[in-house]
Ligand binder design. Sequence first.
Ligand code: SF4
Ligand code: SF4
Length: 476
Amino acid sequence: MANKTGMERLEELKGQIFKCIHCKACRFAYSGEPSRKGIGEYKGKQKTVLYEGMVDSCPAGIEYGWEAFWNAGKVWIARSILNGDLEFSEEVRDVIMPCITCGMCSAQCENKIPTVDIIESLRAACIEAGVPMIEKHELVNRLVKELNNPYGGKAEERFKWAKDAGLEKYINNKGAKIGYFVGCTASYRQIEVAVATAKLFEQLGINFTLIEEEVCCGSPFFRIGAVNTAQELMNKNLELFKGLDMVYFSCAGCYRTITIDYPKWMPEGEKLPFKTQHAFELIARLIQQEKIKFKPNKELKGKVVTYHDPCHTGRHFGIDFEQELIKQSKNLMFDMRKITQKIDEWFEIPRVILRKLQEDVGIVFKEMYRIKLNSMCCGAGGGVRAGYPDFSLRTASLRCDEANAIGADILTTECPFCWRNLTDANELYGHGMKVMGVLQMITEYGLLDIVASPSEQDFLTPSIRELEEEGSKKKK
Ligand code: SF4
Ligand code: SF4
């Protein structure tokens, strides 16, 4: 069976697109958790923000300012295309491309419209209609077709980091049931993340494999509308990883793409041939089972540490749960409470690690004012870092302002792409923090303390996401 086209996806989403009443509620998001007192006005590097109540949500709207760039404008464009009132053109492309696909708009919409799906399908249909990609997107599309990664790295250098770090034995480790999908950013740019994750796996005793022929997960290409390229990459990875039981990730984008996007773009009725989860899920689970703890550290003691939720591991999964559970629900008024609870549990997982770091290591874990579903994006996704670098870095700086506003010494995250953009903005605009991955912090400061050796079954335990899916299928 053939993979789907962008226009077919847009048609599938027609019911959702026509649910939009253009109320523009998606333009605003809560800032300040209800249980906390706000800090009022904060003068950051980018602008003065009032971190209380409702503030502008959409990075694209904040940057470009006028109607079409906010989400409601883009949904209206999708509607006009489906109605035949508007045709794709370079002008349309230039409005729908500078969007980080962060999903903030979707999280705010009371009509539960999956705006990111709509925007991505709209972009795919635009490119399919023959509108040329913007130059920078054309470049990364050409690079990935030639070299299987958008950075121009050579295939033989993809796992150089593993060889240099003494982790060569895990490359094509025959017989392993567990894979580690590293992704292009951690392989060619933020190798700190790849080294930290693989070393952590080694310390825990996981018999895992790195697949030498691994190719880009396709995330940037699903986002920018180059769906043919993305699907070619998807088919290669599915073939390469199909013999494994569980695939772990350290990149939020790869995790979201393979877990959420692949099944949507695979032929009808096909399923992922392996289970997936992020490394932070495993670490949080082992903490909860009291199999691991952390060692105290003088250098980190007293440091104010905050956490940036990557859109791809946070909000995108939250919205995906919401959509799935809405489909299953017979009484949405009642079930919304369960849906909200499930989303809360999901966002708690990285916080299990940060609270344990506070308890054992002595860091001071402090939340920013916009977190979880309302978290501000780092500005890197959706093809924006490649295509619109100034907009991308200004958005990352807005997020760094939010970390500065609570006095953070260290801004942590769990995605190499967020790490890169936040690091660059932190340096460019002088925010004066340290930016780190949570797993990177654990490895680089030697914090892991194994209380009871985990078993292979611990590593093969499905994500709470899948456990709940299996549970709801059994109930049907
Ligand atoms: S996407 Fe939702 S919140 Fe935004 S304008 Fe449409 S209905 Fe309103
Ligand atoms: S996905 Fe993010 S950047 Fe794009 S329209 Fe929605 S809020 Fe704005």
